[in-house]
Design a protein around this ligand. Structure first.
Ligand SMILES: Cc1cc2nc3c(=O)[nH]c(=O)nc-3n(C[C@H](O)[C@H](O)[C@H](O)COP(=O)(O)OP(=O)(O)OC[C@H]3O[C@@H](n4cnc5c(N)ncnc54)[C@H](O)[C@@H]3O)c2cc1C
Length: 392
């Protein structure tokens, strides 16, 4: 099996595949964990995300069955430190999605109903209950939905631990190695690679594209359109202070996620855009750092201070941007591409939270065991885009 991409998904899939006895080579253009997997917010959010709720109710209902995957992810994350034998900075002390207005409370109610219908436990709390559980929140909070398993993990630790487990299970991981061509041949694929300017190739029966924001480009090498779109996001981190926020905090009506890392820093994000990196020739490059946008940064910090007033007294030590990707319907894309048997793809959405689960399920599918829960994220839903693609 050839795995393309050394982010969380590629490393997790390589580990699962090698542990099951497959002969695995993972290739990574740069270094393990330099993509979105090493620069994200580290939130493990299992409640239906705000980005689905901010569209219309029909869209929220269509997306809601994805919580069946979130429920699997809860167990995957709980098991991960033990399975990896590594400290991945995991904290699952519960998460609050808060509301400040009656309209936002109504959204939370609708969300909680959808979650219940789809088998995820979350509990609606009124203002008093919310403040009793989370006294660090502003008095302006009038309700919250509480999910007891939500939390966070350390993006600097998770993927390196998965990569180490993949190596220990027998997978080969080649850094500074880039896939430059993919051709269908009898029995599989002939894949062209470059390492330090040297070209080489391998033939493989099955292929997993786990190249994050680069996935559409890699897919094009295989004559496929995979509709993942790059997005630049913004993050900030405060100085270290004594622990006072045990939960993951999100907002149902404003873009906000915040949490306190084990070292004491408060991490602030929530989907605020940055401007995608440009090359000098005007093209877009997922490898270029996106430009920080001051209005995004200020609005993100404003939301954080409104929700947790004590944050106003903290020094901000760093803000950064990074590129990730979302699909056309904002759900992840994971599974075998119907017109290319043996070619699998995983990417898009909140793939820190869902990454270990999608990687596990797709590794199983590559070994012939397909879980029906993958149906909602199957690339088959975008197969019409490939009806005009010629194949070599
Ligand atoms: C600022 C920010 C905050 C986020 N916060 C969260 C969060 O709190 N919770 C959450 O669930 N998700 C979050 N995400 C999303 C999450 O980080 C990503 O969904 C996830 O990390 C994607 O992992 P990946 O392995 O698919 O991609 P990546 O980590 O991007 O890895 C892809 C790898 O493929 C390599 N590659 C590309 N082309 C080739 C090629 N041709 N040959 C070989 N290798 C190649 C790249 O170099 C890269 O290392 C956030 C993202 C960002 C940017």
């Amino acid at each position: 099996v050839l795995v393309i991409g050394g982010g969380l998904i590629g490393c997790a899939a390589a580990w699962r595949l090698a542990s099951a006895g497959a002969d695995v080579l993972l290739v990574e253009t740069t270094e393990i964990n330099v993509g979105a997997s090493g620069r994200n917010a580290g939130s493990l959010h299992f409640q239906i995300e705000r980005r689905f709720l901010e569209q219309d109710a029909a869209r929220a209902s269509e997306a809601a069955p994805v919580v069946a995957l979130n429920a699997l992810a809860i167990d995957d994350w709980r098991r991960l430190p033990g399975e990896l034998g590594a400290d991945i900075g995991l904290s699952m002390m519960g998460g609050l999605m808060i509301a400040e207005t009656p309209a936002e409370v109504a959204l939370l109610e609708a969300k909680t109903r959808l979650e219940e219908q789809n088998g995820l436990q979350s509990r609606l709390l009124d203002g008093g209950e919310t403040l009793a559980l989370a006294p660090y929140l502003s008095r302006a909070i009038c309700a919250a939905s509480y999910a007891p398993d939500e939390g966070h993990a350390d993006p600097k630790r998770v993927t390196p631990a998965l990569a180490a487990a993949a190596r220990a299970s027998g997978a080969l991981l080649h850094e500074r190695t880039c896939v430059v061509s993919v051709r269908s041949v009898a029995g599989g694929f002939r894949v062209g690679l470059t390492t330090a300017g040297e070209s080489w190739h391998i033939e493989t029966a099955s292929l997993l594209i786990a190249a994050g924001a680069w996935t559409p480009r890699v897919a094009m090498l295989a004559d496929l359109h995979i509709p993942l779109f790059p997005v630049g996001l913004t993050m900030s981190v405060s100085e270290r202070v004594a622990a006072f926020i045990p939960h993951l905090v999100q907002h149902v009506g404003r873009r906000l996620s915040l949490k306190q890392a084990r070292a004491g820093n408060v991490l602030i994000g929530g989907g605020w855009p940055s401007r995608l990196g440009r090359r000098l020739d005007g093209g877009f490059d997922p490898g270029e750092r996106p430009e920080l946008l001051q209005p995004s940064l200020l609005a993100n910090l404003r939301a954080a201070v409104d929700v947790v007033p004590a944050i106003a007294d903290l020094n901000l030590i760093r803000s950064w941007t990074a590129t990730t990707c979302i699909s056309a319907d904002q759900l992840p894309i994971a599974g075998e591409v119907p017109r290319k048997p043996g070619l699998f793809v995983v990417g898009g959405g909140s793939a820190f939270t869902l990454g270990p689960t999608l990687a596990r399920l797709v590794a199983d599918a590559m070994l012939g065991r397909t879980d029906p829960k993958l149906a909602i994220v199957s690339p088959a839903r975008f197969e019409h885009l490939n009806s005009f693609m010629g194949a070599a």
